[in-house]
Design a protein around this ligand. Structure first.
Ligand SMILES: [Zn+2]
Length: 318
């Protein structure tokens, strides 16, 4: 069942009113039919606002409670447009781009929205990678090349894992790690790769913890035929994510926020073969109604990057 718009025109026609957006959330939140949390009743009245009322016991049920749309001061239509903007474009959208696209008064609002959406991009309990998996680490950010295992000023080390299916890239996972030591890399592999998988690495000592029966480690050695590109699939992913951070986000990503950007890249990359961009829209809304809302306070506690060309409005209106 393709319950999503395929084109911008379809999107605009379908989500032209608050009622239509609310109805869509309702159907996604209760896919097998509404059940009243108090009496188990299956029928509701729409109150015409965020809430529905149980026909049997009069209990009010909010379709946005517990989701990233909770307590928003903006119309759902604006949120839907934001989600469409994030998912319909191949490379996503920057906060500045979103601010312009939606005509938001503040850059901060656009930035906070994108962060809320990024947090919805990780599905709780998602499966780890399996089969043949290439792994490597890479430094992101900063100017100077980093030395492996030592760290480098202004740089963040990121662990990258890539499934290899029939000489093609399958799913990917990325996460920030403190350093390239065994104490950091073994847990990173465990967090992202199913036991029993074949893990391909170079001969770096940080991977000595990958041993049978938990993992089969294949060490790819430098030789004349393959040159320096020992792990071509994971290297390809590394270059794509770096290009995306520099392109779409102009490199303006703080190390403390990097994980969320990596999550967004992963969300889009792992669905790159979807026939319809609308399916990404649907998936993101599905996950957005399933996650805990991130409070504005929690986001405010993190530092907000200031783009050079934009004045940041201090007051949050997210
Ligand atoms: Zn009820």
């Amino acid at each position: 069942m393709a319950n999503w718009p395929d084109t911008l025109l379809e999107f605009e026609e379908r989500f032209a009113t608050e009622k239509a957006c609310r109805q869509y959330l309702f159907e996604i939140r209760w896919p097998s039919g509404f059940r009243c949390p108090r009496c188990g009743g299956a029928e509701v009245w729409s109150t015409g606002r965020e809430t529905y009322r149980c026909r049997r016991c009069d209990r009010q049920v909010s379709v946005t409670a517990g989701t990233i749309f909770h307590d928003t001061r903006f119309p759902l239509r604006t949120w839907f447009r934001a989600i469409w903007s994030v998912t319909a474009q191949k490379h996503g959208i920057s906060a500045l781009g979103l601010q312009r696209a939606l005509g938001l008064g503040s850059y901060r609002t656009a930035w906070v929205w994108l962060h809320k959406l990024r947090r919805a991009m990780v599905r709780p309990g998602r499966e780890r990678l399996s089969g043949i998996v290439e792994v490597d680490e890479t430094y992101i950010g900063g100017e100077r090349p980093g030395k492996r295992g030592r760290g480098a000023a202004g740089k963040t080390l990121v662990f990258v894992a890539t499934e290899v299916h029939d000489r093609r890239i399958g799913r990917i996972r990325m996460q920030r790690v403190n350093d390239a030591s065994e104490a950091s890399l073994t847990p990173a592999v465990r967090n992202n790769v199913e036991p029993g998988s074949e893990v391909r690495t170079d001969d770096w000592s940080g991977y000595v913890g990958l041993v049978p029966p938990e993992y089969r480690r294949t060490i790819i050695h430098r030789d004349a035929t393959i040159g320096d590109d020992l792990l071509p699939y994971v290297n390809r992913v590394v270059s794509l994510v770096k290009r995306w951070l520099l392109g779409t986000h102009q490199g303006a990503v703080r190390p403390t926020h990097l994980d969320y950007y990596l999550d967004e890249f992963t969300f889009r990359f792992n669905r790159r073969t979807s026939r319809s961009r609308g399916m990404l829209f649907y998936r993101l809304i599905q996950q957005a109604v399933a996650v805990d809302p991130v409070t504005n306070d929690a986001l405010r506690a993190e530092s907000l990057p200031k783009p050079a060309s934009v004045s940041v409005v201090g007051e949050s209106s997210a």
